[in-house]
Write a protein that binds this ligand. Sequence first.
Ligand code: ADP
Ligand code: ADP
Length: 237
Amino acid sequence: MIAFINVNKTYANGTTALNNINVSIEQGEFVAVIGLSGAGKSTLIRCINRMHDITDGQLLVDGVDVAKLKGKQIRRFRRRIGMIFQSFNLVTRATVINNVLVSLVPDLPMWRRVTGIFSSNQKLKALEALEKVGILDKAFIRVDQLSGGQQQRVALARTLAQSPDIILADEPIASLDPVTAKLVMDDFKRINQEMNISVIMNIHHVEIALEYADRIIGIRQGEVVFDGRAAEVTKDV
Ligand code: ADP
Ligand code: ADP
């Protein structure tokens, strides 16, 4: 459902971040993208939702040529693709439920988002998403009262509430301690398995990638140097 065909990406300053990428990812796969810092992992996943534009080649998502989407189409397209960041990207002074609700009403004017006029149906959807990641009891607490792991779960719930087909995660556990990191990875795995949502995750903890992902894509200097099952990964990848 996601296909990179001879994709290159060169930034405005001349840095080539992706060099002839050919990869296809089926619905429901859990893919970990591994590689050293600067290898091109983040660029690779951020091209999928058009946070970055590819320079040439073709990138298809469900047959749609991503480069051809314009304005409103891009926004609609992104509704199907959840994005999780290392730094959570939450509104820390707002409550947990309001952070989730914001994703359900992206087109509302800011005053309505701030004043929090939401339908009971929207609230129900937000609460359901919080329940899926085990933090329903935190719904009415401010985000800045939560631990890092709990905040990443809020980010996951915010994404789940928009019923995505794909979740892109850019180093989602990099700022978490090892125990919390595994709990968050358990959530990703459960969401992937129970809801058949594709997960494409950049991760520099190779052991964790091997433990959780079905498929590993190794990137070095913008090129795919490994693409296979976790069990097939050798030391030099
Ligand atoms: P990774 O996620 O594996 O650390 P990135 O995709 O962030 O790698 O970066 C790949 C290469 O592209 C690196 O050389 C990086 O410095 C460069 N790069 C990333 N973002 C930009 C940008 N906005 N402008 C110019 N170069 C960039
Ligand atoms: P981080 O440093 O946490 O990796 P960045 O600050 O580089 O994240 O990226 C955050 C940017 O991504 C913001 O401009 C934000 O508006 C944007 N963004 C957030 N969610 C999405 C999404 N689902 N699709 C595209 N862009 C998003």
